[in-house]
Design a protein around this ligand. Structure first.
Ligand code: FES
Length: 81
């Protein structure tokens, strides 16, 4: 039987290629199964996803620990958890 394993570091940022001018919704609650993006799982919580755009198409690292001080981007806070 496959036991789901946990990584040594529970949270790490996810690198995604984003397009300029497009609306993105970053998961703020941590429940989304489509990390780092919202999948609607925040329903019935006090969280709302963070809508954002980027000025130019590029790869960025988005936070999954939800403790960043620069949402939706990783700021390294996950290393202190
Ligand atoms: S994943 Fe790096 S600050 Fe949250």
């Amino acid at each position: 039987m496959d036991q789901s394993s946990k990584t040594e570091q529970p949270f790490s940022p996810i690198e995604v290629n984003l397009e300029s001018g497009k609306d993105y919704y970053w998961c703020a609650c941590g429940r989304s199964k489509s990390q780092p993006f919202c999948d609607g799982s925040h329903k019935n919580t006090n969280f709302t996803p963070k809508k954002f755009k980027i000025p130019e198409s590029k790869a960025v690292w988005l936070c999954t620990c939800k403790k960043t001080n620069n949402a939706p981007f990783c700021d390294g806070t996950h290393r202190k958890l």
